[in-house]
Write a new protein. Structure first.
Length: 189
């Protein structure tokens, strides 16, 4: 099963990805983790990415796409994978589609997890209290900014994947177990 988890910051994508990894026996591919691994392993793309990151610049779509492609080629992805945090934009989604087609693969579903803004802000505030507020992005102001960026750059993927017949929407306002069950139903499991 090849899945994408979509949704705004704080909606529970990471939590659901971890549960699905256990239930489906496929890896979660987080672009941040993949990038750090490529840099640590000094792959050709990782070396390029390190130079960019060391300058404080953002890694280009071309490099991110290449690193994701390399990761998908790993043996543990042969039965499928869960993409979390990629694609973030329509150009990345187009690149992913072309990449998968070239590999003779296709996406099975895109799961959109939804929640209202006030709930997301309060979830992040609660997380900050539980962790002692150690994360710099756990303030109401920062989370609202991240939500604005999500709406501008990533939310267009909802229509994009709906148009391809891949989108399944799940209400993320329920308890974790109920969201997981809704995802499983959406996947026909």
């Amino acid at each position: 099963m090849r899945l994408i988890l979509l949704g705004p910051p704080g909606v529970g994508k990471g939590t659901q990805a971890k549960i699905l990894v256990e239930q489906l026996g496929i890896p979660q591919l987080s672009t941040g983790d993949i990038l750090r691994s490529a840099i640590a392993n000094k792959t050709p793309l990782g070396v390029q990415a390190k130079a960019i990151v060391d300058r404080g610049d953002l890694v280009s779509d071309e490099i991110v796409n290449g690193i994701v492609s390399e990761r998908i080629d790993q043996p543990d992805c042969s039965r499928g994978f869960i993409l979390d945090g990629f694609p973030r934009t329509i150009p990345q989604a187009d690149a992913l589609g072309a990449m998968l087609e070239q590999k003779g693969m296709r996406l099975d579903a895109v799961i959109e997890i939804t929640a209202d803004t006030d709930t997301l802000v309060s979830r992040v505030a609660k997380r900050a209290q539980e962790t002692g507020g150690a994360r710099a992005d756990d303030t109401a102001e920062v989370i609202r900014k991240r939500l604005d960026v999500y709406r501008e750059l990533t939310e267009p993927l909802v229509s994009y994947y709906r148009g391809k017949g891949l989108l399944k929407t799940v209400d993320g306002m329920s308890p974790v177990e109920e969201v997981t069950a809704a995802i499983r139903r959406a996947l026909g499991a």
